[in-house]
Design a protein around this ligand. Structure first.
Ligand code: CAA
Length: 247
């Protein structure tokens, strides 16, 4: 297979780590983008090396900043070559019932989870189209499709991710660049484990499979969407949620 350069945002989180690993297993050169305030980069790299993933390139930046995204992609290209595969995975939660939600919690989630797609994709999409091959994979959420109490900000941003992807897919379909969305359900990561245990248990009770997703179950889907064999799939939304919700 052709080795390609894959840039993953939010790479050092639970889901991001699994995505990096599955892309590396598929033979790609991985660029791990992380927030500059994340202070465990060296420990993460060490852990990856011990797991057999020795040559990840790292770039630091805040995906809610257009300037940071420009800088990260410039650094990625210098270190690894043109970005062929972009995984917009970085995301945060600021869960609160709408009655209690403040503007800063709204703005933080919209800018990190949605405006980031503009900021990152802007750096790579025209170049992918000019080369005639590219993969853009955006991580949304089951809660962007079904809505979740306590997540008006997150559900709005994740629904926006789907709309963005469908529109861009239509623009790039004839250029060899696919744009697809993965909507994970509840995955066993730090983000989900931050939910109060009794609330989380009540959520798991509603999942027909009665469990959380393993991060690699999402990472594996990214590797598929990034492959040549997925070339006819664009504008699609993959639901990976243990049966929690169907569109
Ligand atoms: N539907 C409707 N109403 C609900 C509700 C629900 N699912 N859950 C709670 N409420 C109601 C409660 O009954 C309560 O009503 P009263 O005030 O009338 O009694 C009110 O909302 C407040 O509920 P809480 O006591 O839970 O309020 P809180 O301030 O302690 O907590 C919360 C609010 C932080 C949002 C908490 O409910 C929560 O964590 N909910 C889960 C949110 C969630 O699923 N987040 C996913 C995070 S992981 C992720 O986002 C990854 C991904 O993509 C899946």
């Amino acid at each position: 297979m052709t080795q390609r350069v894959a840039l993953v945002t939010g790479a050092m989180g639970g889901l991001g780590t699994a995505i990096c690993q599955e892309l590396a297993k598929a033979g790609h050169k991985v660029v791990a983008s992380y927030h500059p305030q994340f202070d465990n980069k060296d420990a993460w790299l060490q852990e990856m090396a011990e797991a057999g993933f020795k040559d990840f390139v790292c770039v630091a930046g805040d995906v809610s900043s257009l300037e940071d995204c420009e800088k990260m992609v410039t650094e990625a290209e210098a270190a690894a070559g043109p970005v062929d595969i972009l995984i917009n995975n970085a995301g945060i939660t600021r869960d609160k019932m709408f009655a209690k939600m403040e503007k800063d919690g709204w703005d933080a989630v919209i800018s990190t989870n949605l405006t980031s797609l503009f900021n990152m994709t802007k750096q790579v999409s025209a170049k992918m189209a000019a080369r005639g091959w590219g993969r853009i994979i955006n991580i949304s959420s089951v809660n962007g499709v079904k809505g979740q109490a306590g997540q008006t900000n997150y559900s709005a941003a994740k629904a926006g991710v789907i709309g963005f992807s469908k529109a861009l897919a239509a623009e790039l379909a004839a250029k060899g660049v696919t744009v697809n969305v993965i909507c994970p359900g509840y995955v066993a990561t730090k983000m989900v484990m931050a939910i109060k245990p009794e609330v989380l248990q009540s959520i798991i009770d509603t999942v027909p499979m009665k469990r959380l997703a393993k991060p690699e179950e999402i990472g594996g889907a990214c590797a598929y969407l990034a492959s040549d064999i997925a070339g006819f799939m664009t504008g699609a939304t993959m639901n990976i949620n243990g049966g929690l919700y169907y569109q």
